[in-house]
Design a protein around this ligand. Structure first.
Ligand SMILES: NC(=O)c1ccc[n+]([C@@H]2O[C@H](COP(=O)([O-])OP(=O)(O)OC[C@H]3O[C@@H](n4cnc5c(N)ncnc54)[C@H](O)[C@@H]3O)[C@@H](O)[C@H]2O)c1
Length: 256
């Protein structure tokens, strides 16, 4: 018996990294998972790996949310779990950030999450017996505090944090819960790309991240997938509007 047997779950940006790990964990515990991603190639391969359905889906496009939700309702009759995971990372000083770059990050990370919450709530509100649902939004530790280079990224993730609380308070009475997860630095293709672009400086950057993390290592996608599973399951039925920090202690205080 799985912890979320028979629940219907949608994971956006599920092709790789934290989204892929969440897909795997939800499947292991009995959910019927739909993996969506803007990247059709990787998305299809990952969906086949876990034996789940793949949907091509750009989270910025409201019409795509509408059609995806109606396909899910037609096929499964309900949506119980939505993981708003799709996102991009950028780093640039505020005075050098082009407006179009700032807008692109807000568009994908914050507006994409808003559209997910809007259409997720509408769909979950139709679940039989008013059984509600669980919306899980991927924010970041940089959504809790500023970060050098984070004008766009931190702003988007800070927005996700308060969007989450708003969705939670508006929908608590109908048992639709909404929580945010705040990962520290997790080893995914997003972070690998950063190391690649750092070239020879990459080992020093990795050592610095580890020294700023009291647990002494970077996070693994499975660390986040376990939190996704908890928030998706009925074990968290009294948890809504919460900020679940999964960062190896990175934000607990200064390391000196
Ligand atoms: N890796 C980390 O250290 C870390 C830390 C904090 C927060 N996060 C957040 O966790 C989430 C996942 O991060 P990751 O490291 O797995 O990233 P990743 O780059 O490895 O994967 C992100 C996925 O999102 C998809 N995507 C990007 N834009 C999209 C769009 N417009 N529509 C649909 N899909 C889109 C990509 O194709 C990719 O498959 C992101 O929201 C990220 O900001 C990651």
């Amino acid at each position: 018996m799985g912890r979320i047997d028979g629940k219907v779950a949608l994971v956006t940006g599920g092709a790789q990294g934290l989204g892929e790990a969440a897909v795997g964990r939800l499947v292991e515990e009995g959910a019927i998972v739909i993996l969506s991603d803007a990247n059709t190639e990787t998305g299809g391969v990952t969906a086949d790996k876990y034996g789940v359905a793949f949907e091509r889906h750009d989270v910025r496009e409201e019409s795509q949310w509408e059609s995806l939700m109606s396909r899910i309702l037609k096929q499964h009759g309900r949506l119980d779990i939505l993981v708003n995971n799709a996102g991009i990372f950028t780093s640039c000083p505020v005075d050098e950030t082009p407006l179009e770059d700032f807008r692109r990050v807000i568009d994908i990370n914050l507006i994409g999450c808003f559209l997910g919450c809007k259409h997720g709530v509408r769909t979950m509100a139709r679940n039989a017996n008013e059984s509600g649902g669980s919306i899980i939004n991927l924010s970041s530790v940089t959504g809790l505090r500023g970060q050098i280079g984070g004008a766009a990224y931190s702003s988007s993730k800070g927005g996700v944090r308060l969007l989450t609380k708003t969705v939670a308070i508006e929908n608590a009475a109908r048992q639709i819960r909404c929580n945010s997860i705040h990962p520290g630095t997790m080893y995914t293709p997003m972070v690998e790309a950063l190391f690649d672009s750092a070239g020879d400086a990459a080992p020093a950057i990795k050592a610095q991240i580890e020294s700023q993390t009291p647990i002494g290592r970077m996070g693994e996608p499975a660390d986040i997938a376990d939190m996704v599973l908890f928030l998706a399951s009925d074990e968290s039925k009294y948890v809504t509007g919460a900020e679940m920090v999964v960062d190896g202690g990175m934000t607990t205080g200064l390391p000196y």
